[in-house]
Write a protein that binds this ligand. Structure first.
Ligand SMILES: Nc1ncnc2c1ncn2[C@@H]1O[C@H](COP(=O)(O)OP(=O)(O)OP(=O)(O)O)[C@@H](O)[C@H]1O
Length: 359
C-alpha cells in the first residue's frame, strides 16, 4: 500500500473555488481562472509515494508546494480530490482524528528550524515528545538517541544561539526523527543553509534514510538538490509538469518548462554509468575493467582515461549491461545526443553496434 496517495487533488483559494476547479477540469487555463479572483495553487495532482521513498516536490515560488504539504498533513482541506495516508482517507476524518494521525504518522522539518530559544538541544528535540505525552525520562532518552543519530552528540546541552545554521537544522531533523513517525515532510528544510553545509545535510539525510527507511516528502525550489536526494521528483507549476527519476527528467524533459530547469543541472553528478553506456554488441567483454551501473559520470573520468578499452558496466549480479567510453560520456553531456533509457539493453540484445566497438 502506498504511504501517501493523492488523486485528482485540487486546491483553489478564494470564493467560487469549486466552480474554478470545474473550469480547470474543463480545460480553462490557470491564468484565465486566476483572473476571476481565485488562486489555483494545486491542480490535478495524482500520484502515490511508496514507503521508504524520498519524493521531492520541486517548483518555483508560487507553484503550490507549501499548499500541497499543508494538505498532506491535514492543515488545510483540498477543494476537491482525495488524500490517503497509509490507506486512510483524510477527507473522512474529523479534525481531532486528523490531529491524531498527524501526531502519530507525520513529522515536519521546517526551513527556519522553529527551535525554542531557551531550551537546550536535547530539550528542543524532546519537545515534540512532550506533546505526545511521553514521560520525561523516556523523552530525554529518545531525544539523546536522535541527537546522536544526526551527529550532534556532545552538543546536547547547548542553546540554539550557540549553534551554527547547519547544527540548528540537525536539531530540527533530530526532533522529527525522535517522534519516530513513518512520514517526514521537509519544507525547504535545507534552503537557508550555505552551499557546503547544505550538501552535508543532503548527504546526511541520504545516509539516515539508508538506515531508517522513512517515507520523505521533500519540498525544494532547487532542481540540483531535488536530483541529488530524490528517488523521484515531481516538477510542479500548479499542476505536475513531470514526475520521474532524476535521470528520466534530465534525459527526457516533458516540455520546455522542465527543459529550462534541467539546463542548470550538473548532469555529470546525476547521470550514472548505466544511463550513458552503449551496447557492447559482439565485443569480447571478458578482459574489460568493470564499473557498477550506479556510479555517477563524474567518477568515470579517471577509469575511462586510464583504460585503452571501454569500461564494462555491470549490474548487482556482475552481469554485463553495456560499455562506457570517453565518447559515450561526452555524448551524454548534451541532452540532444543522450541515449534513450533502455535502448542500450535492447541494442545489446539485438547484436553488434558499430559505435560501441573499442577504438
Ligand atoms: N491562504 C491562502 N489564501 C490565498 N492564496 C493563497 C493562500 N496560500 C497560498 N496562496 C496562493 O497559492 C499559490 C501557491 O502558494 P504556495 O505557498 O503553495 O506556493 P509555494 O510553491 O510554496 O511558494 P514558495 O516557494 O514561495 O513558498 C500562491 O499564488 C499563493 O499566493
Amino acid at each position: 500500500m502506498p504511504a501517501i496517495e493523492v488523486e485528482s487533488l485540487y486546491k483553489v483559494f478564494g470564493k467560487g473555488a469549486r466552480g474554478a476547479v470545474a473550469q480547470l477540469k474543463a480545460g480553462v487555463p490557470r491564468e484565465e481562472v486566476n483572473a476571476r479572483n481565485v488562486t489555483a495553487a494545486v491542480i490535478d495532482h495524482t500520484w502515490a509515494i511508496e514507503p521508504g521513498e524520498i519524493f521531492v516536490v520541486m517548483g518555483l515560488s508560487g507553484s503550490g508546494k507549501s499548499t500541497l504539504i499543508r494538505m498532506l498533513n491535514g492543515l488545510i482541506r483540498p477543494t476537491t480530490g482525495t488524500i490517503r495516508i497509509g490507506g486512510v482517507e483524510l477527507g473522512a476524518l474529523s479534525h481531532r482524528e486528523i490531529r491524531r494521525l498527524r501526531r502519530e504518522k507525520i513529522s515536519m522539518v521546517f526551513q527556519h528550524f522553529a527551535l525554542l530559544p531557551h531550551r537546550t538541544v536535547v530539550e528542543n528535540v524532546a519537545f515534540g515528545l512532550e506533546i505526545k505525552g511521553l514521560k520525561k525520562t523516556e523523552r530525554l532518552e529518545r531525544a539523546r538517541e536522535a541527537v546522536e543519530l544526526v551527529g550532534l552528540g556532545g552538543h546536547e546541552d547547548k542553546l540554539p544561539a550557540q549553534l551554527s545554521g547547519g547544527m540548528k537544522q540537525r536539531v530540527g531533523l533530530a526532533r522529527a526523527l525522535a517522534a519516530d513517525t513513518e512520514i517526514l515532510l521537509m519544507d525547504e528544510a535545507f534552503s537557508a543553509l550555505d552551499p557546503l553545509i547544505r550538501q552535508e545535510m543532503q548527504d546526511q539525510l541520504l545516509d539516515l534514510q539508508g538506515k531508517l527507511g522513512k517515507t520523505i516528502v521533500f519540498i525544494t525550489h532547487d532542481l540540483n538538490e531535488a536530483m541529488r536526494i530524490g528517488d523521484r521528483i515531481a516538477i510542479c507549476d500548479g499542476q505536475v509538469k513531470q514526475l520521474g527519476t532524476a535521470e528520466e527528467i534530465l534525459m527526457h524533459p516533458a516540455d520546455d518548462y522542465v527543459a529550462e530547469f534541467t539546463a542548470d543541472v550538473d548532469r555529470t553528478r546525476v547521470l550514472t554509468a548505466e544511463a550513458v553506456m552503449e551496447p557492447f554488441g559482439s565485443m569480447d567483454t571478458g578482459e574489460l575493467t568493470t564499473v557498477e551501473s550506479d556510479v555517477p559520470v563524474n567518477e568515470l573520468y579517471e577509469p575511462v582515461l586510464n583504460s585503452d578499452a571501454p569500461l564494462l558496466v555491470v549490474d548487482d549480479n556482475a552481469d554485463p549491461l553495456g560499455v562506457v567510453t570517453t565518447r559515450s560520456i561526452i555524448k551524454s553531456l548534451s541532452p540532444e545526443t543522450a541515449p534513450e533509457p533502455g535502448s542500450v539493453t535492447d541494442g545489446a540484445a539485438r547484436g553488434p553496434e558499430q559505435e560501441a566497438q573499442p577504438a
